[in-house]
Design a binder for this molecule. Structure first.
Ligand SMILES: Nc1ncnc2c1ncn2[C@@H]1O[C@H](COP(=O)(O)OP(=O)(O)OP(=O)(O)O)[C@@H](O)[C@H]1O
Length: 250
């Protein structure tokens, strides 16, 4: 479902991603772990073309994201074509990014109506379904400020699900939450994993990665140091850099 090859990304002189290769199969969950600044967010942002690539390619379900091939070279797509491709990729940010002036229901309906061109009626039915799926059916008329951080993040997940994404990217979805609210968001993500949603999750929650990931990807200094099933990368790491990181965070 996701194939990344030779991905490089610079900000100024700093090379933040230094040749990343990663494949995530349909229905699989990859968890990105690594120190702060290792490039996890940038990697996710390159997948949905919020950041441009300097080299390499990203394909979602066989189609390039943000580019088209022309004469053996990649050319950037226009805004509307990018928006169409991006509509197939859900993104959940650390700080929820909900529209504060809109109710929960309006937040979730917005993209299906505006981007997918669903009728208001169909979008509302879809929104109600995904809001119920994150356990917040009783909050559809609330405004974000009336919800806890955990509830806001669950609505942000519902908003992404409303577009029926082929791939869901979650960028440290629990980092901005008080510790007692982390569990409710992880429970929603765990349910999605069990339901077969393809996901890439950047996370500092190592225990969670052990539980849900098919593949754990340890990123350090913009490169993948080690990747594989949790039983390998987390429980029997082959590389000293992985071991040192895990000793620091566990
Ligand atoms: N828009 C930008 N302009 C300049 N530098 C950037 C930009 N975005 C990220 N960086 C730099 O790229 C590096 C990787 O950042 P990134 O946010 O991808 O790391 P991360 O692993 O997600 O970190 P964290 O766990 O703290 O979120 C950092 O050194 C960061 O300062």
């Amino acid at each position: 479902m996701l194939r990344i090859t030779g991905l490089r990304k610079k900000f100024g002189a700093a090379e933040v991603l230094r040749g990343v290769d990663l494949a995530v199969g349909r229905g699989q969950v990859a968890c990105l772990i690594g120190p702060s600044g290792s490039g996890k967010s940038t990697l996710l942002r390159c997948v949905n073309h919020l950041d441009k690539l300097d080299a390499g390619r990203v394909e979602v379900d066989g189609a390039l994201v943000g580019y088209r091939e022309s004469g053996g070279r990649l050319r950037e797509l226009g805004d509307r074509a990018v928006a169409r491709r991006r509509a197939e990729i859900g993104m959940v940010f650390q700080d929820f990014n909900l529209f504060e002036h809109m109710t929960v229901l309006r937040n979730v309906i917005e993209a299906p109506v505006g981007v997918r061109r669903l009728s208001k009626q169909d979008a509302t039915a879809r929104a109600r379904e995904v809001i119920a799926r994150v356990g917040l059916a009783d909050k559809e008329d609330a405004y974000p400020r009336q919800l806890s951080g955990g509830q806001q993040q669950r609505i942000a997940i519902a908003r992404a699900l409303a577009m029926d994404p082929k791939l869901l990217l979650l960028d440290e979805p629990t980092s901005a939450l008080d510790p007692e609210l982390v569990g409710e968001v992880l429970a929603v993500v765990r349910d999605l994993a069990q339901a077969g949603q393809t996901m890439v999750v950047a996370t500092h929650e190592i225990g969670f990665a052990r539980e849900v990931a098919d593949t754990v990807v340890f990123l350090d200094g913009g490169e993948i140091v080690e990747s594989g099933p949790p039983s390998g990368v987390l429980d029997a790491p082959r590389r000293a850099r992985t071991r040192e990181f895990l000793e620091r965070v566990l």
